[in-house]
Ligand binder design. Structure first.
Ligand SMILES: [Ca+2]
Ligand SMILES: [Ca+2]
Length: 238
């Protein structure tokens, strides 16, 4: 009698053998089903569960324009840019355009004239340099005074999520949604740079004038490449 036939015979007659057989049958069927469910859960439920998550991400910049212009007092200098102009660079950086930034630098160019200027020519009054960024109906404006520099950023995802080491009380999918711009990040970007000049005072027969300001700028797109993963607390004592 073979061992299999022997076992079958014992299952028919021996209750211990029946329990063993049922056990083998249960684990043979149940384990693959349980593991398959667990594996599917990682994909389906993984980021959908509300819990603790870690975001790893970095904002890269893509240059749109290095420019400069003498802008007359009261004038505005418009700059139009599109994502199409840097399509390949955007793709290489991961495709998730989350904002636009302009950095400006400017000096002061006041002049003084009059017979007493050699003795006392007064001092500069600061000009106001303003930049406004517009994309998809969203705008951001920021001003600075010369001489100096300032930066204006318009962003359209929740970048504050990158500040937390561990994000709690949200699902991973929600975090991912809040950091993904999709096609909303692409399209046209309108930038306007303006100058309001002011001339300082000088005593006696000396007067100061200020026609505007020479402004230099760098305009960049902000691209965020990121991953979201469940936060796993590692026990340092292990
Ligand atoms: Ca001035
Ligand atoms: Ca000026």
């Amino acid at each position: 009698m073979s061992k299999v036939t022997d076992f079958v015979e014992r299952v028919k007659t021996d209750s211990d053998a029946r329990i063993l057989f049922a056990g083998i049958l249960f684990f043979t069927i149940a384990f693959p089903v349980a593991f398959a469910n667990a594996a599917a859960g990682v994909e389906d439920v993984g980021l959908n569960a509300v819990g603790d998550y870690v975001v790893n991400g970095e904002v890269e910049t893509i240059l749109l324009e290095n420019g400069g212009e003498y802008i007359q007092d009261g004038d505005e200098w418009p700059v139009s840019q599109t994502s199409d102009a840097v399509r390949n660079e955007i793709q290489t950086a991961g495709g998730n355009v989350v904002g636009i930034r302009i950095s400006m630098t400017y000096d002061e160019d006041e002049t003084s004239s009059g017979p007493t200027c050699f003795a006392a020519s007064g001092s500069d009054a600061p000009d106001t340099i303003t930049a406004t960024l517009e994309h998809n109906g969203m705008t951001e404006t920021g001003s600075g005074e010369n001489p100096g520099s300032h930066t204006v950023e318009l962003t359209w995802v929740n970048l504050s999520l990158l500040d937390s080491e561990v994000i709690s009380g949200m699902s991973g999918a929600n975090i991912s949604d809040q950091l993904t711009a999709g096609s909303d990040g692409l399209g046209a970007y309108d930038i306007v740079i303006g100058v309001t000049a002011a001339a300082g005072n000088a005593p006696g027969a000396c007067s100061r004038s200020d026609n505007g300001e020479d402004v230099s700028w760098t305009i960049e797109l902000l691209v965020l490449d990121f991953t979201v993963a469940p936060y796993l607390e590692v026990d340092a004592t292990l």
